[in-house]
Design a protein around this ligand. Structure first.
Ligand code: ATP
Length: 289
């Protein structure tokens, strides 16, 4: 089992450039002999205004990491911040409000409401929260995603790619600090998948959003700025400016053997990383702070 939170230095609240931070993040499911350590003392910084992909073998902890960073799951030990707010220790009601106000979600299943049209689906989270949409921003999101002429269509009248774009618009609509996307292209054909990835990329480049995407697909990861690699619940590598080939090669190495454990935090804020390749375990990882 990993180091309990109490043995970790408290760590500073994230600076402006960090959208989310975890220190000593540990998540165990079950207890005793049947306990599964899904995350083992993970240190990570998610850089603001960047597109970060999370990859790793099946069961390596990708979804668990996303859920813990997003406050969808409790942690067993360690600390998580969203912007300047430490979310570990928040009460469920505060967490719910924080997720609603500051985080956008995109899942593989689009989770659209079949009886609502596209624009109603897009604004639903804000309607529930009683927030008025910022119409200028909403228009920008709708136009960026090419949904202007589909707003009155119900999900069943939209293609899979269009539905995922609606889900993307819904995640962006409230201008969240952070968007988490879990296999957002998993249910799409390759053309629609590429479209969604291009829109996520645009959300970062043109709208200044921060995106964290869990994916199994090296081609999808190649749209990101930085890939973080998980294995056995630990962050073991990172790759800046990834190419699909370089990510694929790195993923193949998980099949032949496990990479040694990380020594320090792996983050998206360092600028000394290799381009399009990872030079062995922990390439480009910054020193512990
Ligand atoms: N609710 C749960 N109860 C018990 N074990 C769980 C639970 N959720 C996840 N796990 C275990 O935690 C580990 C990490 O799971 P997680 O879903 O985060 O991995 P992943 O990398 O997202 O996997 P995949 O790529 O297959 O989706 C796995 O061993 C999994 O079996």
């Amino acid at each position: 089992m990993s180091t309990p939170a109490a043995q970790h230095a408290p760590g500073p609240a994230p600076a402006d450039g960090v959208a989310a931070r975890a220190r000593g993040l540990t998540k165990a499911y079950g207890s005793g002999e049947t306990a599964v350590i899904a995350l083992d003392s993970v240190d990570v910084d998610i850089a603001r205004g960047r597109f970060t992909a999370v990859m790793g073998p099946s069961g390596s902890g990708k979804s668990t990491l996303m859920h813990c960073l997003a406050g969808l799951d409790t942690v067993s030990a360690g600390q998580v911040w969203l912007g300047g707010t430490e979310i570990t220790g928040l009460k469920e009601r505060e967490l719910t409000r924080l997720r609603r106000d500051r985080i956008g979600f995109m899942f593989q299943s689009f989770n659209l409401i079949p009886t609502l049209n596209a624009v109603e689906n897009i604004t639903l989270p804000m309607d529930i929260a009683g927030h008025k949409p910022d119409q200028k921003w909403l228009d920008q999101v709708i136009d960026t995603l090419g949904l202007r002429d589909r707003l009155r269509h119900r999900p069943a009248q939209l293609s899979g790619g269009q539905q995922q774009r609606v889900a993307c618009a819904r995640a962006l609509a409230s201008r969240p600090e952070l968007i988490f996307a879990d296999e957002p292209t998993g249910n799409l054909d390759s053309r629609a998948g590429l479209e969604v990835l291009a829109f996520l990329r645009q959300a970062v480049d043109d709208l200044g959003q921060t995106v964290v995407m869990v994916t199994h697909d090296p081609g999808a990861a190649a749209h990101s700025d930085l890939v973080l690699f998980l294995a056995d619940g630990r962050l073991v590598d990172r790759m800046e400016q990834p190419s699909a080939d370089a990510v694929l090669e790195r993923m193949k190495r998980f099949d032949v053997g496990r990479v040694p454990r990380a020594g320090g935090p792996l983050d998206g804020t360092a600028d000394d990383a290799s381009e399009g390749r990872a030079e062995g375990p922990l390439a480009g990882a910054p020193e512990e702070d």
